[in-house]
Ligand binder design. Structure first.
Ligand code: B12
Length: 300
């Protein structure tokens, strides 16, 4: 089969799966992962189901559905199977790899680099996950987007910690990173402002995210307990609740304690929840944060 036709076949197969933002590049050394790798295919997986951002900030939107590592891999495996049927080799990647995924996506023409460091697509804005396939089939490169943020700096002002500037995003002060960090310094406890996992501030403020389509990927449909958050349940959850509920979303990979710690910070800092039986906290790690917060309150 002609290479042009193979490309069309792959694009059509992706469309059948509901994936319409896909591009091709020869850049970023595909042969590092596949000896005779020729092309990287970059695919955007939209995940936003609605813009009903609640006033209370808990879980960022990317954690509301099933874990994207699992979901994206599911779709990529089907596409790899299709490429193999066409006679090519194919391996897939999502997130946990050494590929600069956003840069590859830009080279593949599926979006542009926003000042908030997000890869922004024209159809779904920045609310997309990125997945890649490396194949030994040589496919024509896509045209890169020449769109940019212009003079807009909405995300600079919207970032609660000022992590985003003309120099990029300082990930050490990015609240998404802080929610996932093993230990949180005193000064940062208040700054989390209720966040339990991830942060959407720089995406929520972005004008490129106003007129966008929502996701139709059924696996990303928000789980009810991620939308209507029960802080008490999280603080006191046992392993079974964690495994059955939170572990299957993208907020589970750092473990149960991190979520419990952040839920306790949320409870304390909001000042709304004081009636819990805190003696029920079993983990020494979580207890340590409870004590720190108690001292902090005492000192206020
Ligand atoms: C580690 C990580 C984080 C860390 C960052 C820590 C750190 N010290 O860098 C933290 C926890 C902060 C984080 C936060 C988020 N992340 Co993250 N993260 C990653 C991960 C795993 C690696 C990124 C990395 O450090 N790569 C190494 C460096 C050298 O590469 P780089 O960041 O791409 O930057 C290089 C170049 O690519 C270029 N570059 C930098 N930024 C950009 C952006 C564009 C568009 C382009 C063209 C080039 C470019 O300059 C750099 C130097 O060469 C990627 C997955 C991956 N494998 O790429 C996801 C990834 C970047 N994250 C993602 C997401 C969704 C998020 C959050 C939105 C989650 C949330 N809601 O909280 C936030 C967004 C924060 C922000 N404004 O950037 C998505 C981004 C999707 C998109 N549309 O852009 C990715 C691609 C995961 C995925 N497969 O979908 N993340």
């Amino acid at each position: 089969m002609e290479e042009d036709n193979i490309k069309i076949e792959i694009i059509n197969f992706c469309k059948e799966l509901g994936l319409d933002t896909i591009g091709f590049t020869k850049g970023i050394n595909p042969e590092i992962y596949m000896k005779d790798g020729k092309t990287i295919i970059s695919i955007a997986f939209p995940y936003l189901y609605g813009k009903d951002f609640s006033d209370e900030i808990y879980f960022s939107k990317y954690t509301h559905g099933l874990d994207y590592h699992f979901v994206v891999q599911l779709y990529l495996s089907k596409i790899c199977g299709f490429i193999e049927k066409l006679g090519g080799k194919a391996i897939s990647f999502v997130d946990s790899n050494a590929l600069p995924e956003r840069y590859i996506a830009k080279l593949s023409g599926i979006g542009f680099r926003g000042k908030n460091q997000m890869l922004i697509t024209s159809k779904y804005g920045s609310y997309v996950f990125l997945g890649e396939i490396i194949t030994d089939i040589c496919l024509e490169e896509s045209t890169q987007s020449n769109e940019n943020c212009g003079s807009c700096t909405s995300c600079f002002n919207a970032c609660p910690t000022g992590a985003i500037s003309n120099y990029g995003c300082n990930f050490n002060t990015c609240l998404s990173f802080i929610t996932q960090k093993k230990e949180i310094d005193e000064d940062w406890l208040l700054k989390l402002d209720g966040r339990i996992f991830g942060c959407d501030s720089c995406q929520k403020s972005c004008p490129k995210n106003i007129n966008i389509d929502f996701s139709k990927i059924k696996e990303f449909k928000p789980l009810s307990f991620m939308e209507k958050v029960d802080v008490q349940e999280i603080i006191f959850m046992n392993n079974k609740t964690f495994e059955e509920k939170y572990k299957i979303t993208s907020c589970g990979w750092r473990g149960k304690n991190i979520l419990q710690r952040n839920a306790i910070i949320n409870a304390f800092m909001s000042g709304r929840v004081v009636e819990y039986d805190w003696n029920e906290i079993k983990s020494p790690y979580v207890k340590k944060y409870y004590d720190r917060l108690l001292n902090k309150k005492g000192g206020d």
